[in-house]
Every structure is written in C-alpha cells, then in structure tokens.
Design a protein around this ligand. Structure first.
Ligand SMILES: *Cc1c(COP(=O)(O)O)cnc(C)c1O
Length: 463
C-alpha cells in the first residue's frame, strides 16, 4: 500500500471505499458495516525503533492515514500522548511478579484507556473538518468512560458539537462530573430517565434524523470508529519493545466490552508485531466467550456488573474479527450479522469457528472472582486495581507463565470506581491529578425523558 492510497472497505461489502478522513467522520459505513483497511500495512522499522509514545504512534498510524491528513496534523495529534498523560512513559509497564505485567493505560486526562485514542481522534477530526471547511455534530451514548473521554477531548473544539447521553443516576458521580463540568459551549450533556440501552436507542434515532443535520456532518464517536480503533495499536508496539526478546511469547489479556481494545491487539499482530497470543477477558456479559466455545453467537440481556464499561451483550467489533478470520468474506459477514440483528443469534460456519479460535481466546470472570482479584492484587503486590483490570488480572493469573510473559491491560484508574474498591478493600483509592477538584466545579446537564422529541428540544440550544 502506498501512503496516498490508504483506503477502507466495509466489512459488509456494499459501501464505497473511503479514505481515512471519511472513515473517521462517518464512523459506521452506509451499509451498516465497519470500516477495515483495504490492505494491512506492515509495521515499519521506524515504528519498531525506540522512541517515545508520540513517535511510535506517528509511525504506526502514518500508513493508515495516508495523505488524507497533513503530516503536521498527525504530528500534533500524536504529540498529545506525551503532553496530556501524567506519566513520562505514557503507558508504563509494571512487573507485578516474574513474568506477570500490568500495562497501565489510565494516565490520561479522564483516567481511563479511552483517552489514548480519543485525544488523537479529536485533533485529527478537527484538522479534517478545517481542511474541508465542514462542521461535525457528534452524538454519543455512554455508560461513563466514553462520554468523559469524548467531552475532555472535544470540549472547545471549533468545528465540533458534542451531545452526550448518559442514563440518569446510573453512572458514578466521578464519571458524571467528568462529563458535566467542562464549561464548554459546544458540549451538551443529557441525563436520560432510563438505562444505557435507552440512551443508545435515542442516539440511533437522533443520528437517523436528517432534519438535525443542518448542513453538518453527523456521526458518533463510539468504539467502532476506525480512528479510535487504530489509535489503540501503538501501545501494543511500545509494550512489545519494553518486553524485548520475550515479546514473541507474550500473551496480552484484555478486559473486553466491545472488543475494540482487543481487536487493536489483533491488528498489531496482523501488522507483524511479535506476540504469543491474545486473550479477551469478559465479565458475566460473555457473548464472545460463548461464541468461541460453542460456535453460536447469541445475544442475551446485558447484566449489571462492577466492571460497568464491559457490560456489553453484543460486542460491536466482533464483526471485524469475523471479517478477517473468514478471509475477508463480506457476504458471509453481512449474512451473519443480519441474522444476528434479526434473531439475536447466528451460527458460525465450522471453518470460521475454527479460524476464530486460532486468532483469540476468551475467558469470562464472574463477580465474586473479580472482587477476590481486587483483594489479591492489594494483598500480593500492594496494587489497587479497578474492577475492569481485576477481570483481566484474574484471567492472566490463570495462564501458564512458563510459556512466556503475561501482560494484563489496566484500563481505568481505581479511583473512578471507588465504591466497588472500597467495598472490597475498606478504603477509597487516592484520586490521581486527573480526578481532583471535580466536586468544586459547576455541573451542567439537562434531565430529559427517554424520548427523541425531548432530546431534539434540548439540542436546539447548541450552535
Ligand atoms: C471501554 C472500557 C473497556 C472495554 O473496552 P472495549 O474496547 O470496549 O472492549 C474496558 N475497561 C474500561 C475501563 C473501559 O472504559
């Protein structure tokens, strides 16, 4: 692939090819599929060479961006990784005991891993909109972390309005304050009387309403967005480098909801990163685990757990893995996910099932085990971990370390989920700089019924 021709196809095969900017600004392809690169680039020697997070991210992302974004803008976007993270290594790798590592992804401005890609995506979107003299309205439903990361990344952006819908009284107070205290005129927070599914349903209805476009681009920033997904590949590269020769045997255990973070690991390996294996660790919302075990992908009602950001009953990025593992068979992918949307269930062909099991493994961790893992991490290593991280750590400790190092991804700072942690450990975790002083700021949000007319009326106030 030459730089100028970086382009993307839909996993469902019925949408025109687009460049990086279109994939970024559209989010979902018009045929309902997800964007995938026409050709996977190889990791360049520059990407594998030593350098800080920004240098690595620039080298990893350049072939995906092609000439759709000016080099100076890609540079500005990737520089965020060394400017707004409160650790000099951006994503430090901590050895807990011989062969067992924690990859800390929570040193960004909202203390969860979503900052890493969202910070870059906001700059890239802004640059693309400026180049095309366009405006963008983003509407996103959140159970907490995505909304916080999006508000932080897009607050004050000149060409973007951001509407965030969260379920009233169902996000943690810290998460709510992170969303509602930006003071930015381009951010509208709506607290919906309902649950996360109501927020998601409203978001879909709003995005489908042509009358709300008013000449702007209209999209979402959820984890199926290609820019967010690609933006998570670089930390696998910096981690492999930190592991040195052992990286070829390293297994990465990823706390998984929509399978975006885990798929970024898959992408890193597809691009040539040495790796021993990938393990997706889920909570009781285990559709992925059951699909890999039984060959049948079924939707069941989402259940509430301590690892709320992983309470996902149909992991959206699974479609990307199916597309790749089927040898990029768009007809097969389209058929399977249409069947799943219709029936809440799809049977994977036997050869696809086998291929999927070669690409990743998956483990479900129940609530009692998650809490026990929070206690164990504190007792064994003096580490306070969030419930999402505990899910990954539990799965990680189940792996045989004589086969090579095991890296558990740590996706949020424990202080974001202080009440769960204090139930287990008896104390509240210390807040990192990113979470301090939130109580002193003025909150701005509107409470609405789970009704599109109410959301539209509230949105009328935005520019
Ligand atoms: C979003 C999130 C996850 C899940 O990531 P996916 O890419 O959706 O699998 C895990 N942990 C935390 C803290 C999150 O915010």
């Amino acid at each position: 692939m030459t730089q100028s021709s970086a382009s993307y196809v839909s996993t469902r095969g019925r949408a025109p090819q687009v460049d990086f900017v279109e994939a970024l600004l559209r989010g979902v392809a018009p045929d309902g599929g997800l964007y995938a690169p026409v050709t996977w680039p190889e990791l360049s020697t520059e990407a594998m060479a030593s350098g800080d997070a920004a240098t690595t991210a620039r080298a990893v992302l350049a072939p995906f961006v092609g000439d759709a974004i000016a080099p100076a803008d890609l540079d500005r976007a990737t520089r965020r990784l060394t400017q707004v993270f409160d650790h000099p290594a951006t994503t430090p790798l901590v050895e807990l005991e011989p062969g067992l590592f924690l990859l800390e992804l929570f040193h960004g401005p909202t203390a969860a891993f979503k900052d890493y890609a969202m910070q870059m995506a906001a700059i890239l979107a802004d640059a693309a909109l400026a180049a095309g003299n366009q405006r963008l309205r983003l509407v996103t439903a959140t159970s907490g972390d995505t909304g916080a990361a999006a508000v932080r990344a897009f607050a004050g952006a000149e060409r973007v309005d951001l509407v965030v819908l969260h379920p009233l009284d169902r996000v943690s107070p810290v998460q709510r304050r992170q969303m509602t205290t930006s003071g930015a005129a381009n951010v509208l927070n709506l607290a919906v009387r309902g649950d996360f599914d109501d927020c998601q349903r409203l978001t879909k209805l709003l995005l489908a309403d042509e009358s709300l476009r008013e000449g702007r681009r209209f999209s979402s920033v959820n984890s199926i967005n290609w820019a967010r997904l690609a933006g998570q590949i670089p930390y696998y590269v910096t981690t492999a480098r930190a592991l040195g020769a052992a990286a070829a045997q390293a297994r990465y255990v990823v706390p998984t909801g929509n399978f975006g973070d885990a798929f970024a690991g898959w992408a890193a390996r597809r691009m040539g990163l040495p790796m021993g294996g990938l393990v997706a660790a889920t909570n009781r919302n285990d559709a992925l685990v059951r699909a890999l075990e039984t060959g049948v992908y079924t939707r069941s009602a989402a259940v509430g757990t301590a690892s709320v950001s992983m309470d996902v009953n149909a992991p959206s990025n699974f479609e990307r893995l199916v597309y790749e593992a089927s040898g990029r068979d768009a007809d097969l992918t389209r058929g399977l996910f249409a069947e799943f949307a219709r029936d809440g269930r799809a049977t994977l062909p036997a050869d696809l099932h086998t291929a999927l099991r070669r690409e990743v493994s998956a483990v479900a961790v129940d609530e009692a085990t998650t809490r026990a893992e929070i206690a164990h991490a504190h007792a064994a290593w003096g580490q306070v971990v969030c419930p999402h991280t505990a899910v990954a750590l539990s799965a990680a400790r189940g792996l045989n370390r004589s086969e090579g190092p095991v890296v558990a991804l740590s996706t949020a700072h424990p202080a974001k989920f202080g009440s769960v942690v204090s139930q287990v450990l008896g104390f509240e975790p210390d807040a990192p700089p990113a979470l301090r002083g939130l109580e002193d700021r003025v909150e701005q949000y509107r409470i609405i019924d789970a009704d599109p007319a109410a959301a539209e009326a509230a949105m009328a106030g935005l520019g």
